[in-house]
Write a protein of this length. Structure first.
Length: 273
């Protein structure tokens, strides 16, 4: 099967330095508009992986994202937002990046080229066949990610990936690949742009649909969210007011007493005001 690295092909635009700011923004936006359509084409692949993730998490497993550079940072962002949004433990969704946490802010030279460190990073979390590991790499060629998924396959750990090239080494390694073919970047090879946007959209889909399937959303509300600031306390209060038709004062009292929207509504409905 042929492997064409479309993320590295020449941009559809040239002489960028001669464009006005308005022209630059218009052309970047025009390229960005193609990304959701590319994600739409990958929906069947995304659905298949989500079913696997939900099944594993329902049985005590965890979800791991791993990548290098922009891809690794996106996985970490998505993982770190699950606890406050859905009230799940920090250990349920874990993001790993080549080079460790220091690479979140500053690139670590050649970290992505290691063929052993990815598996070592997973082993630090005692990853097992109960878990799912999803590699993220726009090019689909990152050794840190590919080698880790190869080890996962050998240890009967479900593997998935998010990449933006067709038939890449990563796609061929992952048991459940997701390929979002966004084509050339506005700035040739700058995969933090369209590829990064595509990866973020897919990550949103994976974790959000998974958490809904696990019961962490009621109606369309984040009933298990952590009450970590005044904005979220206010939002939780309004959820309770709307759900059980009580005053703002009583809703806030219930929220403070029971520490979550779900518990407040449940206890009220059970007659324990």
């Amino acid at each position: 099967m042929s492997f064409i690295k479309t993320t590295e092909q020449d941009s559809n635009h040239d002489h960028l330095e001669k464009m006005s700011v308005a022209e630059l923004l218009k052309n970047i936006n025009a390229e960005d508009k193609t990304v959701p359509l590319a994600v739409e084409n990958a929906l069947p692949q995304i659905e298949t992986l989500v079913h696997e993730i939900v099944s594993k998490l329902k049985n005590g497993g965890r979800l791991f994202y791993m990548g290098a550079g922009t891809s690794g940072r996106l996985g970490i962002v998505d993982a770190s937002e699950c606890p406050p949004t859905f009230g799940v433990p920090h250990e349920l969704v874990v993001g790993l990046i080549a080079g460790g946490d220091s690479a979140i802010r500053k690139a670590i030279e050649f970290a992505e080229d290691s063929t052993t460190q990815g598996w070592k990073d997973l082993q630090e979390h005692n990853t097992s066949s109960k878990d799912v590991v999803v590699g993220i790499a726009a090019s689909g060629t990152t050794p840190y990610v590919i080698s880790a998924l190869e080890q996962c396959n050998e240890n009967n750990i479900i593997t998935g990936c998010i990449t933006c090239n067709h038939n890449s080494p990563l796609s061929l390694t992952a048991k459940y690949p997701i390929e979002v073919i966004v084509g050339p970047e506005f700035v040739t090879g700058s995969s933090r742009m369209k590829a990064g946007t595509a990866q973020k959209l897919v990550l949103n889909m994976i974790t959000t649909s998974t958490m809904i399937q696990l019961g962490h959303v009621k109606g369309n509300k984040m009933v298990d969210m952590q009450l970590s600031n005044n904005k979220l306390v206010d939002r939780g209060t309004k959820m309770i007011m709307k759900e059980i038709h009580v005053s703002e004062e009583e809703a806030l009292h219930l929220l403070n007493q029971h520490k979550s929207v779900r518990n407040a509504i449940k206890q009220y409905n059970n007659g324990r005001k």
